[in-house]
Ligand binder design. Structure first.
Ligand SMILES: CC(C)(COP(=O)(O)OP(=O)(O)OC[C@H]1O[C@@H](n2cnc3c(N)ncnc32)[C@H](O)[C@@H]1OP(=O)(O)O)[C@@H](O)C(=O)NCCC(=O)NCCS
Length: 220
């Protein structure tokens, strides 16, 4: 670990993810998920995603920052209390924000429009949770490449679990590309277990689930 890295980590603080983090969040998403569908939509669309998500009543997240530069992300985690409600909101009242960059992208690459329709169907693709349980969905967790492997991801996921427990949410789901071995090791280490496989955008995906009801997580 470089001196610069250890200094950054030393000064680390976690704050709620806000729309002001959107440009950096989009950039980290592009770096962290090369080849994924959302990345293929481009930085402009992702920036709108990360502007709108923290504004939604069902969206939330945490940003790992140096307190001296709170807009500059070292890493972040984003989540929703209801993936169905979030997608509905993004496709209706928040559509005006998405439409300009999305239409530009679909015009450049028409095949992406079909894949976007699969995204709309996504909440119905994987199995439902046990009766009466509405899982939160971890949407993305990204750490700047130069500070990976030193515990930022662990801090972010613990903050997410603590926040879910505060909201009386007992289950967290995450969908991860089957090829992303590193992320799956990370999730398993943090109490997620494999539930099922499915195909999205022609890619094998895996649903992992954490039951956080019984666990007393440390607040960050
Ligand atoms: C997954 C990720 C968020 C973990 O953050 P982190 O700060 O590196 O995590 P920690 O330091 O707390 O834990 C390290 C563990 O993360 C996992 N990991 C996954 N990719 C990694 C990478 N490129 N470098 C280091 N660790 C990685 C490993 O399990 C590692 O433990 P190991 O070295 O014993 O195998 C981060 O690696 C990342 O941003 N990856 C790219 C984006 C991504 O794939 N996100 C998940 C899907 S949304």
């Amino acid at each position: 670990m470089s001196l610069q890295t250890s200094l950054s980590i030393h000064r680390l603080t976690l704050i709620p993810l806000t729309p002001e983090h959107a440009t950096d969040a989009a950039r980290l998403h592009m770096i962290g998920q090369p080849g994924s569908f959302l990345t293929s939509l481009g930085a402009d669309v992702l920036e709108v995603v990360y502007q709108q998500l923290p504004r939604s009543p069902v969206g939330f997240g945490f940003a790992a920052v140096d307190p001296a530069r709170p807009q500059e992300l070292l890493g972040f985690v984003s989540a929703t209390t209801s993936v169905g409600a979030l997608f509905f909101e993004m496709g209706t009242r928040r559509l005006p924000a998405f439409a300009p960059p999305l239409l530009r992208r679909f015009f450049q690459s028409p095949g992406l429009a079909l894949r976007a329709m699969q995204t709309v169907a996504y909440p119905f693709l994987h199995s439902t949770a046990p009766d009466g349980v509405t899982p939160a969905e971890l949407l993305s967790i990204m750490v700047r490449p130069e500070v990976r492997g030193v515990g930022l991801g662990a801090l972010l996921i613990n903050a997410l679990k603590a926040e879910c427990q505060r909201r009386r949410i007992t289950v967290i789901d995450v969908t991860v590309a089957a090829a992303n071995d590193g992320a799956q090791r990370f999730y398993v280490r943090h109490g997620f277990t494999y539930k099922q496989s499915f195909t999205l955008y022609g890619q094998p995906m895996r649903l992992h689930r954490a039951d956080i009801a019984a666990r007393a997580e440390q607040p960050f």
